[in-house]
Design a binder for this molecule. Structure first.
Ligand SMILES: Cc1cc2nc3c(=O)[nH]c(=O)nc-3n(C[C@H](O)[C@H](O)[C@H](O)COP(=O)(O)OP(=O)(O)OC[C@H]3O[C@@H](n4cnc5c(N)ncnc54)[C@H](O)[C@@H]3O)c2cc1C
Length: 842
């Protein structure tokens, strides 16, 4: 009993994270009390003494602790923890840590989630979205530009340039729009709902590339010269990192720049002789300014004593002799400009190095810093747009499409697919807004940008697949009437670019996060890396015991919160989400505890344990998305109509976090630890997290089928044309007319069903092209009134039109094929040239 009192006191202090003199005093009182109550027995004496010694050790630094305990521990830990390459160390220094740091702490502070003010679009930004963005959307016909023009039409290019679409993020002082990140994301998202090709064309100059790099790192002269020209579309930029041999492993680029003297505008100046061979480069075929990532070498020591200077970003004007670009790749038949570029020994002066000579060798840091911005905006926005478009069209189509005498949206099987589509889109949008708001508050969230890019593009793939299943044959047959196939076709592009998803999930998110976002790990690694042994010992001593206390606390919290269903957590009150906050606290503690165990048990082997790393990334993703959904609902003032979507999202996320952690524990690489970990993270009798139930699922499915403000909210930001001849406009028009005639169509359907039962052959009347006879029959039989004739006829006509697909005569199909047959094929850089260079080097 006395020992229990002592242990309980220690556990409560640890759980609450209490430290310092008060905690030591409380523990001393409990130890003395227990000892006295036990009649000064051995067990309570030993236990109280051990607890006090441990508390003293953890909270009292000193030379003796350093010498006796810290030094040997440091020696042991050095071999256990991961070591960092230079590139990884740079990656870890780049960006900032925000809400994800709270999730890694195991004890999220809800005020940091709910406290910051909401980011709103300015009147000017909103006017740009309602004006030029909507107009650009109206100018785009994706079928025509893909299959007929294989490019954006000239007036579209002109409009994009003239209205400043290439300078959305360039500051006003340089002629750009200077828009917020939230506005940038909205614009890209809306464009992508109309045409992926147009969205990518606008996206790239505003994302990682010359504009952004110049804005952050350019010299004054470079900014003054290039930024106004980029903002006004006089210069079209591209940025080339990827080469045939270096895709995901971007650090392995063989492209080089050798420091030398050369001729530039009639003078001999110091510069670089650049050789590169890049591929997959967006806008390269039309770019006038080619940004390149290269490795710089200084064999003649013209600028210093080192042979290898490092990764550097340079700007190469397209019109220099020896610069090659122009051939086009066709990425999944989308027609945004994309292609290879190459050149051999092209001389550029130091003034063409982004940031000038001082930034030689700084390219990697520059790219990583800027990557967290663009990666949070472009593809997450595009993915959300695809989800919104699928909700807008598929929800409407499911309502209008009738089989077996009723709307297919009434079938539970179809509802299961619609539920995922609506739920995923809601989650994508919440996570997108949550992350871009961080950017607008000045953060550079490296880990969230990676997980958002991975998860949103993955959810987009799932959402579009569900939409395709619902729309079925109507979605499969391509042609100008198809409203879904183009988005479906473009999915793998988003999965691949800006960090291919497999790599991002299984290596980057947890690999970086476990160290970068951990409350103590970066400081521990920095201490171990310290060259001065005495300073290293002091720094290690100052942080290591806090790390141990943190791990123990998270272990205790994970166990207690799992066992008691999170009742010990103290969530914010008043929004009805207390159970979800409790589960989030529980999983955050378990995740943080498992992170520490992973780092200590697997250490440097983590890079090879990608299944574990991927599952931990999944857990973090689910915690992050749940937080984003709570924040999204909070920002809007908790509108009741969204409560089913919020509940669905949170239950899905918690079930996902539960499954990911369970899989991580069940397959933990150190087999001996599996059983204890299972017991600590999922103790016997713990509360399991189940996903959404069928009732909730049906409500979420209805959110995109039923006409109303909820459907409007989910699809907000999606371009919705009103032209009934447009692929999307046709579905929306049919949906509107079908809704208006819902009551009369229901009566006709019911009457037809009754007729069928009486064995009168009414099947012929159901055929869409006999709708006039059907309406006449309905009026004759008093099923609908004469006043309903016209609206009913119009609706039935639209309903028949919306299910029709395109059919081409054989000549028409041949015309479409001509595009690819008639063109010369170029395999990136011509192989002959490649061979020549190898010979020269040899
Ligand atoms: C349409 C399009 C536009 C692009 N635009 C540009 C651009 O403008 N500028 C530019 O520089 N680049 C651009 N890229 C290149 C893009 O960034 C690369 O395609 C991407 O980095 C992946 O390289 P890769 O395709 O060579 O795949 P690979 O590197 O060959 O990877 C193949 C697979 O292996 C996985 N993988 C690789 N290494 C690991 C690992 N260590 N652990 C786990 N999995 C791993 C990857 O995730 C991927 O699934 C573009 C690509 C495309 C397709």
């Amino acid at each position: 009993m006395s020992v229990l009192l002592q242990l309980l006191t220690a556990a409560i202090l640890l759980y609450r994270g209490s430290g310092g003199g008060t905690a030591r005093a409380a523990l001393a009182v409990a130890a003395a009390l227990g000892f006295a109550l036990d009649g000064f027995g051995f067990a309570s004496g030993l236990c109280g003494g051990a607890l006090l010694a441990l508390a003293w050790l953890v909270t009292t630094p000193g030379a003796r602790r350093q010498q006796w305990l810290t030094a040997p521990l440091m020696q042991r830990i050095r071999g256990l923890l991961p070591t960092l390459s230079d590139t990884e160390a740079q990656a870890l220094k780049s960006g900032t840590v925000g809400w994800e740091g709270e999730l890694f702490s195991g004890r999220p502070d809800w005020d940091r989630l709910l406290g910051p003010a909401a980011v709103r679009l300015s009147a000017e930004e909103q006017a740009f979205i309602d004006g030029p963005v909507a107009k650009l959307c109206r100018m785009l016909n994706d079928w025509q530009l893909t299959y007929e023009d294989q490019d954006l039409p000239a007036p579209v290019w002109q409009f994009i340039r003239e209205h400043g679409f290439f300078g959305l993020v360039i500051p006003r002082e340089y002629g750009g729009k200077g828009f917020s990140h939230t506005a940038h994301s909205e614009i890209v998202m809306q464009l992508s709902t109309r045409s992926v090709s147009a969205a990518v064309t606008v996206m790239v100059p505003n994302s990682l590339g010359p504009g952004e790099l110049l804005h952050h790192y350019g010299t004054d002269a470079q900014k003054q010269h290039y930024l106004p020209r980029l903002a006004g579309g006089e210069e079209i930029p591209c940025f080339a990192l990827t080469s045939p041999v270096a895709g995901s492993d971007a650090g392995a680029i063989p492209d080089r720049g050798v420091v030398c003297h050369g001729q530039w505008q009639g003078e001999e100046v110091l510069g670089l002789k650049v050789t590169w061979n890049k591929r997959y480069i967006t806008l390269a075929p039309v770019a006038t300014l080619i940004g390149l990532a290269i490795k710089v070498y200084d064999p003649d020591h013209l600028i210093g004593t080192q042979d290898i200077v490092g990764v550097t970003c340079v700007l190469v004007p397209r019109d220099l002799p020896g610069v090659n670009a122009g051939p086009r790749h066709l990425p999944m038949n989308t027609v945004f400009m994309n292609g290879p570029t190459w050149g051999t020994d092209v001389f550029i002066p130091m003034a063409q190095v982004i940031g000038g000579q001082a930034m030689l060798g700084q390219g990697w840091t520059m790219l990583l810093e800027c990557l967290s911005i663009g990666r949070s905006i472009s593809l997450p926005g595009l993915a959300t747009g695809a989800g919104k478009l699928a909700c807008l069209t598929t929800g409407a189509y499911a309502y209008t499409r009738e089989q077996f005498g009723r709307s297919i949206s009434q079938f539970e099987g179809v509802q299961e697919a619609l539920e995922q589509l609506a739920g995923y889109t809601y989650q994508m949008n919440a996570a997108r807004l949550f992350t871009v708001a961080m950017l607008d508050r000045g953060e550079h969230p490296a880990v969230p940008s990676a997980l958002l890019k991975y998860r949103n593009t993955d959810l987009m793939r799932r959402a579009i697949n569900h939409a395709m299943d619902v729309v079925a044959g109507r979605g499969v047959i391509t042609g100008p009437r198809n409203f879904l196939a183009r988005a479906y076709q473009a999915v793998p592009i988003a999965i691949t670019v800006e960090g291919a998803n497999i790599l991002t999930r299984s290596l980057m998110v947890f690999g970086q996060g476990a160290i970068r976002c951990h409350p103590y790990m970066t400081r521990v690694l920095e201490a171990l890396d310290e060259p001065d042994p005495q300073a290293a010992l002091q720094r290690f001593d100052a942080v290591f015991y806090a790390l141990v206390a943190n791990t123990l606390r998270n272990q205790l919290r994970a166990f207690a919160l799992a066992y008691l269903g999170g009742v010990l957590a103290s969530p914010p009150r008043g929004d009805g989400l207390e159970p979800h906050y409790r589960q989030l606290s529980r999983f955050s503690a378990a995740f943080a505890f498992l992170t520490d165990v992973t780092l200590l048990a697997v250490g440097g082997g983590l890079k090879a344990r990608q299944r574990l790393s991927g599952r931990m990334a999944d857990c973090l993703v689910h915690l992050y998305y749940a937080s984003a959904v709570i924040r999204h609902w909070h920002e809007q003032g908790y509108p009741q109509e969204q409560s089913a979507l919020v509940e669905w999202s949170l239950r899905s996320s918690m079930a996902g976090a539960d499954a990911a952690l369970r899989a991580a524990v069940d397959n933990f690489p150190v087999a001996l630890l599996r059983r204890p970990l299972r017991w600590l993270v999922f103790p016997p009798g713990h509360t399991r997290c189940n996903g959404p139930d069928d009732r909730l699922g049906a409500q979420v499915a209805a959110a995109i089928v039923e006409d109303g403000s909820l459907r409007d909210h989910i699809t907000a930001g999606c371009f919705a044309p009103d032209d009934p001849e447009d692929a999307v406009g046709r579905v929306l028009n049919a949906y509107r007319l079908a809704r208006q005639t819902e009551a009369s169509r229901a009566r006709v359907n019911e009457a037809l069903r009754r007729q069928d039962e009486d064995r009168v052959d009414a099947v012929a009347l159901l055929l869409g092209h006999q709708r006039a006879e059907l309406v006449a029959w309905a009026i004759d039989n008093g099923i609908v009134s004469e006043d309903e004739r016209e609206p009913l006829l119009e609706a039935l006509t639209a309903l028949y039109d919306v299910i029709r697909v395109d059919a081409f005569d054989p000549e028409g199909i041949r015309e479409l094929a001509k595009g690819s047959r008639g063109r010369r094929r170029v395999v990136e850089r011509p192989a002959r040239e490649e061979l020549e260079q190898v010979r020269n080097v040899g």
